[in-house]
Design a protein around this ligand. Structure first.
Ligand code: RP5
Length: 164
């Protein structure tokens, strides 16, 4: 496979249960990625090295997932002008509302494209990353269209197991 163009970073191993859905979606679309644990709080030096070097490493989009006091997407966006999509991971204490509010309310000038809490956000971050890359990759645009067509085709006309 070619060099990864998407970086999936997350604050903790515990975030992988959510962020693997972004990875699986990119797998389905044939988009190469690299998934790494990069904590804003526990490994700040790793975050600085990653974010400052991300473009030179060949990444074109960053997906950043974190929970609780979720500074990771915003701090990454502060140190790279690559597009950053933030995924609020569902936290135990506050069901991810803390994560969402930590990520979404960025000050003007440092954008983070913030997704929904949890799996939906992880899947959609991957789809948005693919859409960005598809702007300059016609084959990927075709695969993205096919993915969406398959999703539509999988929706039944009527619900099963209806009461008579
Ligand atoms: C955040 O703290 C991580 O993104 C994770 O969602 C949360 C909890 O981390 P662990 O205590 O499970 O490592 O930094």
């Amino acid at each position: 496979m070619s060099a990864p163009t998407v970086a999936i970073i997350m604050g903790s191993q515990s975030d992988w249960a959510t962020m693997r859905h972004a990875a699986e979606t990119l797998d389905a679309l044939g988009v190469p990625y690299d998934a790494r644990i990069v904590s804003a709080h526990r490994t700040p030096d790793r975050l600085v090295a990653f974010a400052k070097g991300a473009r030179a490493e060949g990444f074109k989009v960053v997906i950043a997932g974190a929970g609780g006091a979720a500074h990771l997407p915003g701090m990454a966006a502060a140190m790279t002008s690559l597009p950053v999509f933030g995924v609020p991971v569902e936290s135990k204490a506050l069901s991810g509302q803390d994560s969402l509010l930590s990520i979404v309310q960025m000050p003007a000038g440092v954008p983070v494209g913030t997704l929904a809490i949890g799996r939906a956000g992880a899947v959609n971050a991957a789809l948005l990353a693919a859409a960005v890359l598809a702007l300059s990759d016609g084959a990927l645009a075709d695969r993205l269209d096919a993915w969406r067509a398959a999703q539509s085709a999988a929706v039944a006309e009527r619900p099963e197991n209806q009461d008579p």
